[in-house]
Design a protein around this ligand. Sequence first.
Ligand code: KG4
Ligand code: ZN
Length: 355
Amino acid sequence: MTVLALETSCDETSAAVVRDGKILSNVVSSQIQLHAEYGGVVPELAAREHLKNLLPVTREALSEAKISVQDLDAIAATQGPGLPTALLVGFKAAQAIAFTLRKPFVGINHHEAHLYSPWIQVSRGTKDGGREQLPSTLDSRLSTKIPPNVSLIVSGGHTILALVESKKKFRVLGSTIDDAAGECFDKTGKLIGLQYPAGPEIDKLAEQGNPKAFDFPRPLLHDANDDFSFSGLKTSVRYFLRDNPDLLNNKQKICDLCASIQAAIVEVLVAKTIRAAKREGVHCVTASGGVTCNRSLRNELERACKRNGFELRLAEKSLCTDNAAMIGILAEQKLKQGISIPSLDEEIKPGWVLA
Ligand code: KG4
Ligand code: ZN
């Protein structure tokens, strides 16, 4: 089965072609530069940029996969959650393609796609004209039986802990009650004077800093629930900088600050994930979403899982941030499971909560 998938829920325009659990192409056009000067994603600009980029990105995905639209068996798109005007672009384009080709259309929950993305293995083939050899494959366990696992989804918009019982069944254990972890990286980075999105830069600067230099709060760390809260940490950094403005004139102190903020975020994410995994009695932990690119989070999760005897599956870095490949892979799974396909008059679901 060959599926074309489109993803335009936020600030990445992406198109991918997947066939039988393999990624034939996964083209992502990022709008980071466009939004950087505003310090965050501007929904109207994001939608206009998706409109401009979607066709070229889709053409490139088809050409890289060496297929034509006639070879497609189904079309998929992110249905939600996301920015309404941004979602509309990819979702309506995908419906139009499906209608024209008279092929099934599948609307996918963006978070559910992140949830299963750690099971996609990116091939590490030799370079061919500067391009990685395709295809990447889906771990066979996702097409048969994946072990029950606790899954952490950490992105700029969401922080979710879920129990995945099978490829059809999952349950949200907790989520953020205010800011997401990525949002905390971005907003504290802005206070330090870093460009949006600040997560990757904090990751880099933190490497040369002392994570114990400054003591920031670990919100909800010891609360009995699986929820997260990061807005208090952001406020604490704001007051700390108000009282210590000279600190930003010292490069080493900025690195120490980044390392200390990162340590607070990572400690909460890792501790609550491991605690949930122990309580739920699973043997496997997974993590996905943009913040899973963070090296300290990857290392600390690895260390904690090893210590507690859990198998750890981290989404490949190229699949952590938003991409259409994860949408296509999940759509193909749903088609194969015979899950009912939404009709073409389905609408976007900007506030679609993972349940
Ligand atoms: O999943 P994603 O691409 O988009 C959303 O759905 O939000 O995640 C983007 C988020 C941003 O907040 C960005 O700062 C964060 O992921 N991020 C990182 C790193 N790379 C991306 N945060 C910390 N360390 C990183 N290396
Ligand atoms: Zn995402």
